[in-house]
Design a protein around this ligand. Structure first.
Ligand code: CAA
Length: 240
């Protein structure tokens, strides 16, 4: 029987590539989305991957959504916490709302996604968790005090979960994408984006599939002893 994988923010951008790659590898995928119904319907039509709508920032909605996924598909064995937003502004212009929205979605959202599936993984003695962090959680980024804080926080989450879950057969790892050709990066003003690409030794943006393949490895049986790790995929823009 195929494993059930939950991918938050799984119908667009990097998340969509992860959903499709896991499906290609034989997983039954549930992709969540927060708002864009049209994109989700189109994604399901094109891929056959079921989509579920909830806001990861809301604990009760996440818990209820996960119960629905498990009732329809079965116990979730793989979780990819990918959903994330940006609200970029230089710190002197950043509003408390911009700070709070990003913390709620990118950091609390990771807690809300993993916490409801954790007891089942512990009982079944198996689980694979991957959190999609960012190069900007590793190096910081102008105008991203909020986002960088959450992405650095993701690394603390996986390092701690790895220690708690290891005896129960659960691994938790992070992938730190660099600048990838998605709507999020395309929203950066063109001039700024060009100056960023100039700083990438690979000379190009990454492709979403290049992140998805790293995730597929981390959730595979082959990666059972890789726990609490961070894989950077950034074209050598930032070497840790
Ligand atoms: N380093 C140093 N200075 C910078 C800078 C940088 N990286 N980026 C902008 N600046 C400077 C500008 O040159 C400008 O300086 P002057 O005032 O002297 O001209 C100033 O900062 C910008 O000030 P503004 O008042 O014009 O800024 P703004 O309020 O219009 O905000 C911005 C502009 C939001 C910062 C915009 O430049 C931007 O979006 N930058 C990109 C930020 C970024 O990289 N975000 C990543 C998004 S992708 C992602 O997050 C995915 C992932 O994980 C990698």
């Amino acid at each position: 029987m195929s494993r059930i994988a939950l991918v938050t923010g799984g119908s667009r951008g990097i998340g969509a590539a992860i959903s499709k790659t896991l499906q290609d590898k034989g997983y039954t995928v549930a992709a969540t989305y927060a708002g864009n119904d049209d994109a989700a319907v189109k994604f399901t039509e094109e891929t056959g991957i079921k989509t579920f709508k909830w806001n990861v920032a809301d604990y009760e909605a996440s818990k209820a959504g996960i119960e629905k996924v498990e009732a329809e598909l079965g116990p979730i064995e793989v979780v990819v916490a990918n959903a994330g937003i940006t609200r970029d502004a230089p710190f002197h212009k950043m509003t408390p709302d911009q700070w709070n929205e990003v913390i709620a979605t990118n950091l609390t959202g990771v807690f809300n996604t993993i916490h409801p599936v954790w007891p089942g993984m512990r009982e079944r003695k198996f689980g694979r968790i991957v959190v999609i962090s960012s190069i900007n959680g590793q190096k910081g980024q102008f105008a991203q005090v909020n986002y960088a804080a959450t992405k650095a926080g993701d690394l603390g989450i996986v390092k701690s979960l790895a220690q708690e879950g290891a005896r129960a057969g659960i691994t938790a790892n992070a992938v730190c994408p660099g600048y990838i050709a998605t709507d999020m990066v395309m929203a950066v003003p063109e001039k700024v984006r060009e100056s960023i690409i100039a700083q990438i030794p690979a000379g190009r943006l990454g492709e979403p599939e290049e992140i998805a393949r790293a995730v597929a490895f981390l959730v595979s049986d082959d990666a059972g002893f890789i726990n609490g790790s961070t894989i950077s995929a950034n074209g050598a823009q930032f070497v840790v």
